[in-house]
Design a protein around this ligand. Structure first.
Ligand code: BG6
Length: 457
């Protein structure tokens, strides 16, 4: 048998596949990073032929690929793609899938679980029953399970079947250029390294604002909500990178885990958490009547360790907000009552680092003015061209067997524990979900947590 490798996309006709996964692989193809005989198999229930599927993919690629779309290149790329119609919720259908693999002489597999978490176990069961002879890696999307119990059960099943080292928990925020850059900025600059602590920093804000609404993902999102969809994974991962100790080697697993373990357990949830739902959410397709799902969450997090004792970290995320903007804002303590220095790490859509500080106003004796240094990374064409998309970077890493940029199970457990506790308390005391207007920065009730900042320059 030839040694052919394939990635199988469970959820092959889903939003994630079209917007992120296929464009990421197109880019890898253009860069010559896919093996010659590498195949892409999209699974779905719809009655498509491979030609239909490729035609749909072509349009998405025109819109979403980082590398310039070109007919000729896409046609070459498309030779790698096959659509396979299957009901993935029916375990016995996996026998046909294995026959298909055998006919294609594929022996090395990457299975990508790009579907709602309820299907993870069934997929695993189907693969275990019919495809167990294959060598396989699994990439699994967040949220990993519906809660900690669910995640634990799922993890033990996956590990039992595939083995711990073959499971890649993807959190695409870890693949974002500016999130990676936080490490470089923090640990390679004396000017930041020495002051990255409670003596100099007053507070930190992390905002991930989205302009889009729930879109076509209502079935999944309405059961999940912003806390499980974004905070349990992306925002806590970002927070851990901003706040962790300096990694001792190329892996930051230990330091991230220690940081997550140091999150202060929440007592009075009403003092630290505000949830909201955008006006119009209940009218979106497939949202349950009277849904209490939050599309916005703002949270004050404290860290109980020597570096951060007493420094609040404010995190917020929401859909249908006034802008799409993700930033980490570090607010320094005031010196001599002068305006506070601020370091703004712009994650997306523009990427860069902005520093606000004080200087003398020219022509005056001592009068101060706030000035800035602005490094706009994405303003430079070469940077934009050379910056891989998060999914591109992570898929490439997985294909090479590099697990560094993937979430680790022990971190997932600690994050789930923290979030479960908050959600349970929020529910137990019947805390409200405030309605907020679309195109705003969320419910005004979140202002009680802090003066939120967002730099839109
Ligand atoms: C996903 C969430 O993980 O991240 C989505 O499920 C969200 O709800 C998306 O829209 C945001 O990702 P990005 O890269 O656009 O900030």
């Amino acid at each position: 048998m030839k040694n052919r490798t394939a990635i199988t996309l469970f959820g092959g006709s889903g939003d994630l596949t079209y917007r992120k996964l296929l464009p990421a692989m197109y880019n890898l193809h253009v860069l010559g990073k896919l093996e010659d005989n590498f195949e892409i198999i999209g699974l779905g229930r719809r009655d498509y032929t491979t030609e239909d599927y490729i035609a749909i993919a072509r349009n998405w690629m025109k819109e979403y690929s980082r590398k310039q779309y070109a007919d000729e290149t896409f046609n070459e790329f498309a030779k790698r793609i096959t659509y396979f119609k299957i009901d993935i919720s029916n375990v016995d259908e996996y026998a046909r899938l294995q026959d298909f693999y055998t006919s294609k002489e594929i022996s090395d597999h990457v299975y990508y679980y790009a579907v709602a978490p309820e299907l993870f176990l069934t997929i695993t069961e189907g693969l275990r029953k019919y495809c167990s002879q294959n060598k396989a890696k699994i990439i699994i999307e967040k949220p990993f399970g519906a809660d900690l119990d669910d995640a634990t059960k799922l993890n033990s099943k996956l590990e039992e079947f595939f083995g711990h080292d073959e499971i890649y928990h993807i959190d695409h925020y870890l693949g974002k250029e500016m999130i990676q850059n936080i490490l470089s900025v923090r640990f390679n600059n004396a000017i930041f390294k020495g002051i990255w602590n409670k003596d100099f920093i007053e507070s930190v804000q992390i905002t991930v604002a989205e302009a889009v609404g729930v879109g076509t993902r209502a079935g999944y999102y309405d059961k999940s909500g912003a806390t499980k969809d974004m905070v349990q994974n992306h925002l806590l991962q970002v927070l851990s990178i901003v706040a962790m100790e300096e990694p001792k080697d190329s892996s930051m697993d230990r330091e991230q885990l220690e940081l997550l373990k140091a999150l202060k357990p929440v007592n009075k949830v009403e003092d630290i958490l505000v949830m909201g739902q955008y006006d119009g959410y209940l009218q979106e397709n497939n949202i349950s009547e009277n849904s209490k799902t939050e599309t916005y969450v703002a949270l004050k997090v404290e860290i109980e360790n020597e570096r951060w004792q007493g420094v609040p970290f404010f995190i917020r995320t929401g859909k249908k907000m006034a802008t799409r903007e993700s930033q980490v804002i570090v607010k320094f303590k005031a010196e001599n009552s002068a305006p506070q220095n601020m370091l703004i790490i712009k994650v997306q859509p523009s990427e860069g680092i902005y520093l606000k500080f004080n200087a003398k106003k020219p022509g005056t004796d001592k009068e101060l003015q706030e000035v800035s240094m602005d490094f706009c990374q994405s303003c430079i064409l070469e940077n934009r061209i050379n910056t891989p998309e998060a999914y591109e970077r992570l898929l490439d890493a997985c294909f090479k067997g590099d697990r560094l940029l993937f979430s680790k199970w022990d971190q997932i457990v600690v994050s789930w524990n923290y979030i479960n506790n908050i959600l349970a308390k929020h529910k137990a005391i019947g805390s409200p979900i405030y309605t907020y207007e679309q195109n705003t920065m969320g419910p005004k009730e979140a202002d009680k947590l802090t003066d939120w900042i967002l730099d839109l320059e």
